[in-house]
Design a protein around this ligand. Structure first.
Ligand code: KG4
Ligand code: ZN
Length: 344
């Protein structure tokens, strides 16, 4: 089954063609540069950019895959969570395609797709396993019983870990998105330079809290009573130390909580998804910490927002349901961390 996957939840316009949920024939991603100058995603501009980019990206994706629209068997689209103006563009494009091609259409959850990205490999997924979602909007641990069946183990009570990377980057005057910038700068710094601490949530060993860590970074840069009115006062080596110390603290917190959940629930594998999974230091820390079971990261081009994970998951959702969604499906905007769909 050939699936066209459309992703427009935030600031990436992405379209992919995937066969049977696994074989990626194309995975075209167009990132919107416009947000860099705003230091974050400007929703109005994101929606407008999707309108311009989506037809081009669809055509390019079909071309790379060497297939025509008529060859597509199913249209899968990320139906939420995300920005409403962005979601509407992808969802309506998917509906229009399905209607005109007389092909089924399916809406999938973007966050669930991030988790599925790590399962897109030749070998069958291993269950029950631990899912670790670490993106700009979400941070949580789930027990994966099968594709489509999850139980929440823990989540952040405030900021998502990617959001913390983005906010700390802003304090250091680094451009958006901050995650890759912090990672780059951290390579030149000393991760033990500043003894930051990640947040602990009382009586919830698998929950996360990153807002205190972000505040501590603020204090270490601008002082206890400081305010950020101008450029970051640190020298470049000092900035690198802050980046490295923050990164080490945030990532170790994720890895330790994930590892202890894997052991406590006796899970047979760990699947990691979301933009922060792109961080190389995270890979090293996981390898050091989790030794008894395999840890799977998304493959090349599957960590950040992409259409392949949407097409891949769409195949399973459609097969499990035995039918497509109706064309009156509405996009779901809610992006709270306690809001992951279908969690029992
Ligand atoms: O999954 P994603 O593309 O979008 C959401 O669904 O949120 O994740 C984007 C997030 C941003 O916060 C970005 O700063 C972070 O992932 N990120 C990283 C890295 N690359 C992207 N964080 C740490 N290290 C990276 N290399
Ligand atoms: Zn995402």
């Amino acid at each position: 089954m050939l699936v066209l996957g459309i992703e427009t939840t935030c600031d990436e316009t992405a379209v992919a063609v995937v066969r049977d949920g696994m074989e990626i024939l194309s995975n075209v991603i167009r990132s919107q540069e416009i947000h860099t100058k705003y230091g974050g995603v400007f929703p109005e501009a994101a929606g407008r950019s999707h309108v311009e980019a989506l037809p081009v990206v669809i055509r390019e994706s079909l071309k790379v895959a060497g297939v025509s629209l008529q060859d597509i068997d199913l249209i899968s689209v990320a139906a939420g969570p995300g920005l409403i103006g962005s979601l509407l563009i992808g969802v309506n494009a998917a509906k229009a395609l399905a209607l005109s091609l007389e092909k089924p259409f399916i809406g999938v959850n973007h966050v669930e797709a991030h988790l599925y990205a790590a399962m897109m490999r030749e070998e069958l997924p291993i269950f029950p396993s631990l899912g670790v979602v670490i993106s700009g909007g979400h941070t949580f641990l789930v027990l994966i019983e099968s594709i489509g069946s999850y139980k929440k183990i823990g989540s952040t009570v405030d900021d998502a870990v990617g959001e913390a990377f983005d906010k700390v980057a802003k304090l250091l005057d680094l451009p958006y998105p901050g995650g890759p910038e912090i990672e780059k700068l951290a390579l030149q710094g000393n991760p033990a330079a500043i003894p930051f601490k990640a947040g602990r949530v009382k009586e919830s060993p698998y929950d996360f809290s990153f807002s205190g860590l972000k505040t501590n970074v603020f204090y270490s840069v601008y002082g206890q009573n400081g305010v950020k009115t101008g450029p970051c006062p640190l020298t470049d080596p000092e900035k690198a130390d802050v980046a490295a110390s923050f990164q080490e603290t945030a990532l170790k917190d994720v890895v330790r909580k994930a590892s202890s959940a894997q052991k406590a629930f006796n899970l047979k594998a760990v699947y990691i998804g979301g933009g922060v999974s792109h961080n190389r230091r995270l890979g090293t820390l996981f390898t050091e910490e989790v030794k008894d079971v395999p840890v799977f990261f998304p493959g090349e081009g599957l960590s950040l927002d992409n259409g392949a994970m949407i097409a891949g998951l769409g195949f399973h959702v459609y097969t499990n349901k035995g039918k497509g969604d109706s064309l009156d499906l509405e996009p779901e905007t809610r992006a709270g961390n306690r809001d992951f769909i279908k969690i029992k």
